[in-house]
Design a binder for this molecule. Structure first.
Ligand SMILES: O=C(O)C(=O)C[C@]1(C(=O)O)C=C[C@@H](O)C=C1
Length: 103
């Protein structure tokens, strides 16, 4: 591969990454926005926002997928922790808004 081809390959790969990053962000938004329905259900069921058992189940599942797909387990675990954190923060935000609306 000469220098011109290398530059072209880098540019094309970065374009693909930019598109994938946008897709990932859309999916993160879709996952986070489920917080509204999850909180609605939890309030009826008298459940806490933080559900350690469910999180443990997700982490176990993710570790299996990481091994299967040959992705670094710790990195994938960190990503899942960020995603569950986003969901909890969103649920707390909605709950705070609801509580505030009562007064
Ligand atoms: O499944 C739930 O109960 C959720 O609130 C969603 C979720 C998640 O983001 O996956 C977030 C917080 C809980 O601790 C467990 C899981």
């Amino acid at each position: 591969m000469d220098r011109a081809e290398a530059l072209q390959l880098l540019e094309e790969s970065r374009k693909k990454i930019d598109i994938l990053d946008e897709d990932i962000i859309k999916i993160i938004k879709e996952r986070t926005s489920l917080a509204t329905d999850i909180l609605k259900a939890k309030l009826v069921l008298g459940m806490e926002i933080h559900d350690p058992e469910r999180e443990e189940f997700i982490h176990h599942k993710i570790r299996e997928i990481a091994v299967e797909q040959g992705i670094d387990e710790d990195s994938l675990t960190q990503i899942i922790m960020i995603l569950t954190d986003l969901s909890k923060k969103e649920q707390q935000k909605i709950q705070g808004g609801k509580a505030h609306g009562k007064h």
